[in-house]
Design a protein around this ligand. Structure first.
Ligand code: AHG
Ligand code: MN
Ligand code: MN
Ligand code: MN
Length: 320
């Protein structure tokens, strides 16, 4: 079976990008081991600190962040990094050609219940003469690579360098990622949706009526019954969408007027949008294609509607 390293070297990917991606994969292997250890590895529970988003950090949020930060800082190709758990951009090597944004641990509320968590990476090109946060202010369309690792029953790695989406599984026997799908395809149609319905009363009218029509099922205008799934880790929900299709939504809500959106553009929405688009799906806010958004802040949040092309298009109709 082809390893990640073999795959990267035989597919015309820039040599420096290959090296960076190997470093990202190493982070995934190490975090995967910590996750497997659970309580025995001392990684469960919360810290007393808050991140810039006002969330109480879990121990594993901090451990995973520190591990990735150290590995990336030691990689001369990394110019600077931005993380969910870092208030500010961290400068690394001024002649490095890559900017890396990451969600060290996605699905923090799942850690203590032994459920799905993952890590998400987005790679942008460094910009000559532009430093700090300003360098990161590029639309997702500029991403050189997007990748996540999902620490589930098996550890998987999904990757796109702009030429399709590919999937690898970590082989526990030799610690190598092995190719399992070199052309991930999201079916255009689906009868499965994912949304946190506890926020229903806070959604905007467009999302209210879209979901209401889904729930009517066969007897209504959608003429089919839908099933629902919610993993509470975007990485798990997106993995399901890449595996068998579906629509995943985290729309605007009015629960907390100061925070109308939940998911972060730079290290959640953009990389997942690239992986989904490269597999034939669509990723939108309802009004704008995610990867076309011009960022204004490394921690900015956006509405996310992504997945099976025809179903996302149907949802977008309600937003017109
Ligand atoms: P994180 O754990 O990195 O802060 O991200 C959590 C996000 C995302 O992964 C997930 O889809 C969503 O929050 C879950 O939100 P609810 O708590 O509203 O279910
Ligand atoms: Mn968080
Ligand atoms: Mn997250
Ligand atoms: Mn996180």
């Amino acid at each position: 079976m082809q390893t990640l390293t073999d795959f990267l070297s035989s597919n015309g990917i820039d040599a420096d990008l290959q090296q960076l991606l190997s470093t990202l994969a190493e982070c995934g292997v190490e975090i995967s081991e910590l996750v497997r250890g659970g309580a025995l590895a001392g990684v469960l529970g919360a810290t007393e600190s808050e991140n810039v988003q006002g969330e109480t950090q879990k121990k594993l949020d901090v451990i995973a962040n520190d591990l990735i930060k150290a590995k990336l800082a030691a990689q001369p190709l990394v110019n600077a990094l931005a993380s969910e758990e870092e208030d500010y951009v961290v400068a690394c090597h001024s002649d490095g050609k890559f900017l890396v944004s990451f969600d060290p641990l996605d699905g923090s509320s799942n850690i203590d219940i032994n459920s799905l968590v993952g890590t998400i990476f987005s790679v942008l090109p460094a910009q000559n003469g532009i430093e700090g946060e300003a360098a990161f202010m590029q639309p997702g369309r500029n991403q050189l690579a997007a990748c996540y690792m999902l620490y589930g029953p098996a550890t998987v790695l999904a990757l796109s360098t702009g030429n399709g989406t590919i999937m690898f599984t970590l082989d526990p026997r030799d610690g190598q990622f092995k190719l399992v799908d070199e052309a991930v395809t999201v079916p255009a149609d689906t009868a499965e949706f994912a949304i946190n319905t506890s926020n229903q009363r806070f959604w905007q009218p467009a999302m209210q009526s879209y979901i209401a029509d889904l729930l009517v099922g066969k007897e209504g205008k959608r003429e089919k019954n839908f099933n629902m799934r919610w993993i509470a880790a975007m990485v798990g929900d997106v993995h399901r969408v890449l595996s068998r299709g579906g629509i995943f939504m985290y729309p605007q809500d009015s629960k907390n007027v100061a925070k109308p959106f939940k998911l972060r553009l730079m290290y959640e929405a953009n990389p997942m949008a690239m992986l989904v688009e490269q597999a034939g799906g669509i990723a939108s806010t309802g009004y704008e294609t995610i990867m076309d958004i011009q960022p204004t802040d490394i921690h900015q949040r956006v509405a996310v509607i992504l997945g099976s092309a025809n179903e996302v298009e149907t949802c977008l109709e309600y937003h017109k």
